[in-house]
Design a protein around this ligand. Structure first.
Ligand code: ADP
Length: 916
């Protein structure tokens, strides 16, 4: 498809035309399907499944399946997918992105391809941005699937592994991007197959696809455990940084930084988002920490901590980049304004901010597993997505995900008026104009939604409005559900709502107000608990009387409000519909489009305008000199806007510049992750083979042979023979493992007579004899389990260390000065060598641990207990019939099988117990 797009440009009409015949086929079935009884309609699912099994393709089944799903949605939800929704559904089924504006009903669109693709028996994943939406959609749309005989699952934070497994086994699974990604990582840390939750990655439909595959894709998912390092140095470094003087500049050239006479200890380069110590700063650091030369290799850790401390103080701003809440530093997503709970800045920056904010500095964590969203979503055999705003990022979707975009026409014509930007000389002038505009709208009752780029700016605007006596609501993307309720009322007559860009995203703003949310409020006033209200407005199947009663109450209240709101909606329409007021241009045009798109849904009237000032970050950092000069020559006062038509090209270029910079940054991250990805795939694939219960016996015997063979051949001298000394070295790892330490002692003369292959053969035999003896003692079943468990444990341990090592390698390589080499290539090459070394180490350690493990069966234990206590082993049932469950038993005082060198009871014992 990428090829076609190139050929035809973004000629969307052509794409839509191509889909038209399919849509006609669906529509042609409409009357016939309307005449079917419920039972007849429901019987279609089994019929389609059978036809699929017999060789018909999903494409063959599409028209009938879509028609079935459409009819079912009408009967069950009272929503009959519009023609444009059918088009959107076809696009998703084709594994592409459907760009559909807000309010076009994307939630419903997803049911069509989900139903069709689920017929194959492989799970369909529907991915949303937050738990609230995943739950709402799975309950709501779930009614359609259940009616048609399919099962629906939900994977969100807090669902236990058993529940998750069931959810993944369902035909259609709703969940958040985080949860899908984390579950994949968790599955690849499982020790037993029964623990696996996911059953593959066949087809995914990603809602708000730009938000998930682009914005969120900037930070990888990380599962981390506790590391060892102390945290004190962060506090010391922060105290030091606090005593320094920083200089903030939009751009800094190198010479300036290096200048001796600069009156600052560090320089903040805003545009490059970099912070550097000046010569004076370095001297102060050396004195404060009593080191001779801060750039000596032995001071790397100190230097790193100081750098992060000045970064935390110079660049990271509270309430813009992060907030401090309940003693925790929480990242604010710069695009969405959403609080990113659980995510941490890496590389010690988060700790440095914690030290700066005087909250508890978390212990350095160790990465146990990690993946970028790019690489997670590329696992799907077919990927698709929907959003209101994708086209500006077409290149990235194409390059990273091989996804192309088709713009679906709106159901009703869009009549929103988008005014050109108004640009002011400075922030004060801009804010005056904004308040004037809001007051003017407010006066005639036209509702306004003012979008800001940060929590801080929302608060500034809120204060100004309060000063003017304009009543308003402020939203900061802190509570999705509550904010959804407030945003839903943003279309009421005279309402003024100030919100960070994405607060309450995904909620429909209806002119006049949203009856559903008003009805909810009534229920709350009537004393219903939040849980009951959730049930009352939810769609989960139930026969609970109380819930049914609450649902009745809700639908009556909703109907009442709908009726009352109708004239109010009319009033709002007359006042011009929802006015969207952008208080700044975002770095990305897409985010601006999202804000605009909240008005003018389904043919509603509306307006939008952005207010800018030459002091806005985007203008300051990325605007051209020409723009600045123009401001100077025009000599205009603060309150006069400049006609933005002259500037609009320049503004758009500034945005494009930032967009492409961000794209490059993501591409760069991805290039590095791709190296890791190849390795991750190898490890995960092998893990999976072990988990799948493949017999590892022969594999391990081969490993033993290879180990011995490599060791002997690796020690051969130039004459292709071993000296006594080198033989000793070559066999060192095997002594005490495969044979007693003093066996196979040879002189130089002995060895001169032996061929290396014969030596290998002799050692092989000894080693395999030990292995065979172990197997004979344990029995086949237990031996296989021992092999599996040991392999997985060792693989995980080494792999987790390797992840950290690769991270270090990456940092090191980025620091190195490269004349000709591409750093990614160097990373690839050195990373590969490290990986090879790790594989070798894993094999050797696995063999060592299997041979050294002391194993005891439950049977033996029971006999022992019986001998001591005279009991028959705890169970009252006769033991004969019940199969004896065997497991590996390592005594609490034995060395821990994880190889830590500690006693088992002091190491993994409790963890293993909990897992049992
Ligand atoms: P989007 O995600 O595209 O902004 P939603 O899925 O939130 O839109 O749907 C917006 C509203 O449109 C919902 O209230 C939904 O009930 C309604 N809706 C969607 N499809 C239809 C339809 N075919 N007929 C009537 N209402 C619809």
């Amino acid at each position: 498809m990428g090829f076609l797009t190139k050929l035809f440009g973004t000629n969307m009409a052509k794409e839509i035309k191509r889909i038209d015949p399919i849509v006609r086929k669906i529509e042609a079935l409409e009357e016939e399907y309307k005449g079917l009884t419920d039972a007849q309609l429901q019987a279609k699912t089994a019929e389609f499944k059978e036809r699929y099994q017999k060789g018909e393709t999903l494409d063959d089944l599409l028209p009938e399946a879509f028609a079935t799903c459409r009819e079912a949605a009408d009967r069950v939800l009272g929503l009959r997918p519009y023609r444009v929704q059918l088009i959107g559904g076809v696009i998703l089924h084709q594994g592409r992105i459907a760009e559909m504006k807000t309010g076009e009903g994307k939630t419903l669109v997803a049911t069509l391809p989900a139903y069709l693709n689920a017929l194959s028996g492989e799970g369909v994943h529907i991915v949303t941005v937050n738990d609230y939406l995943a739950k709402r959609d799975s309950d709501w749309m779930g009614k359609v699937y259940r009616f048609l005989g399919l099962t629906v699952g939900l994977v969100i934070h807090g669902v236990d592994p058993v529940g998750k497994k069931a959810a993944y086994n369902a035909d259609i699974t709703y969940g958040t991007n985080n949860e899908f990604g984390f579950d994949y990582l968790r599955d690849n840390m499982a020790i037993y197959k029964a623990e696996l939750m996911q059953r593959g990655h066949a087809f995914a439909i990603v809602d708000e696809v730009d938000s998930i595959l682009i914005d969120e894709a900037r930070t990888p998912l990380i599962i981390s455990g506790m590391g060892e390092q102390s945290t004190q140095l962060y506090t010391l470094a922060d105290n030091f940084a606090a005593s320094l003087k920083g200089l903030v500049k939009a751009t800094v050239d190198d010479k300036e930084e290096e200048a001796d006479d600069i009156d600052a200890d560090y320089v903040v380069n805003e545009k490059a988002r970099a912070v550097t110590l000046t010569a004076r700063g370095i001297a102060k650091a050396e004195k404060a920490f009593n080191v001779e030369n801060l750039s000596d290799p032995e001071n790397t850790t100190l230097s790193h901590h100081i750098n992060q401390a000045i970064r935390a103080r110079g660049l990271m701003k509270r309430d813009i980049d992060y907030v401090v809440k309940d003693g925790e530093v929480i990242i604010v997503d710069e695009f969405t304004g959403r609080l990113m709970y659980g995510r941490r800045y890496n590389d010690g920056l988060h700790q440095a901010i914690e030290a700066k904010e005087k909250v508890t500095v978390a212990r350095e964590s160790k990465t146990l597993a990690t993946i970028t969203f790019q690489n997670y979503f590329r696992l799907y055999r077919k990927l698709s997505g929907m959003t209101g705003t994708a086209l500006t990022e077409e290149e990235e979707f194409n390059a990273t995900y091989q996804l192309d975009i088709v713009e679906v026409p709106t159901n009703k014509p869009l009549i929103r008026v988008d005014h050109p930007d108004e640009v002011y000389k400075n922030t004060t002038g801009k804010y005056h104009a904004i308040v004037r505009q809001i007051a003017a709208c407010h006066e005639k009752g036209q509702p306004v939604l003012a979008g800001t780029t940060s929590i801080e700016k929302s608060e500034v605007l809120s204060k100004l409005l309060t000063k003017q006596g304009i009543k308003h609501n402020v939203l900061n993307a802190k509570n999705h559900e509550k904010e959804a309720e407030i945003v839903a009322q943003a279309g009421k007559f005279g309402a003024v709502t100030v919100a960070t860009n994405m607060a309450g995203r995904g909620t429909d703003i209806m002119l006049g107000g949203n009856a559903e949310f008003l009805a909810k409020n009534d229920l709350r006033k009537a004393g219903l608990s939040d849980e009951m209200i959730a049930e009352a407005t939810g769609f989960a199947e139930t026969d609970n009387e109380e819930i049914l009663q609450a649902r009745k109450m809700f639908s009556q209240a909703e109907a009442k409000h709908k009726e009352e709101l109708a004239p109010e909606a009319e009033k709002v329409r007359e006042a011009g519909g929802l006015f969207i007021l952008g208080t700044e241009r975002h770095e990305s045009r897409r985010i601006d489009n999202q804000l605009r798109g909240r008005s003018g849904r389904q043919g509603d009237p509306g307006e939008s305008r952005f207010y800018l000032s030459m002091e806005d970050d985007i203008m300051r950092l990325f605007g051209t000199e020409r723009m600045q000069n123009m401001m100077e020559t025009l000599k205009i006062d603060d309150d006069t806007p400049i006609d933005a038509k002259i500037l609009s090209g320049a503004i758009e270029n500034a945005q494009k510049k930032v967009e492409s910079k961000n794209f490059q940054a993501r591409k760069n991250t991805l290039e590095y992750d791709d190296v890791m990805n190849v390795q991750r795939e190898v490890i995960y694939k092998q893990r999976r083979q072990v988990l799948d219960g493949e017999n590892m016996g022969q594999f391990i015997r081969n490993m033993i042979h290879r180990w011995i063979d490599t060791s002997i051949h690796g020690h051969l001298g130039e004459n292709k023979h071993l000296s006594a000394e080198s033989y000793q070295l070559a066999t060192e790892p095997f002594r005490g493992l495969f044979f007693p330490p003093d066996q196979f002692q040879y002189t130089d003369e002995d060895l001169a007579k032996q061929s290396p292959d014969a030596l290998v053969e002799e050692l092989d035999q000894a080693a395999l004899a030990v292995y065979d003896a172990k197997e004979a003692a344990l029995g086949d079943e237990l031996m296989r389990e021992l092999e599996r468990v040991m392999m997985l444990r060792v693989v995980d341990e080494y792999w987790m260390d390797h992840i950290d090592a690769m991270e270090e390698l990456k940092k090191g390589i980025q620091l190195r000065a490269y004349a000709q080499t591409n750093p990614v290539d160097a990373y690839k090459k050195e990373g590969f060598e490290m990986f090879e070394a790790m594989i070798q180490a894993i094999q050797e350690e696995t063999i060592r641990r299997i041979i050294l493990a002391r194993v005891q069966t439950n049977e033996v234990r029971r006999e022992r207990v019986a001998k001591v206590t005279g009991e028959s082993g705890g169970s009252e049932e006769p033991q004969k019939k019940a199969p004896v469950r065997k497991s590996i038993k390592i005594g609490p005082n034995d060395p821990c099988p994880c190889g830590s060198g500690k006693k088992y009871k002091k190491c993994c014992y409790l963890k293993d117990k909990a897992a049992q």
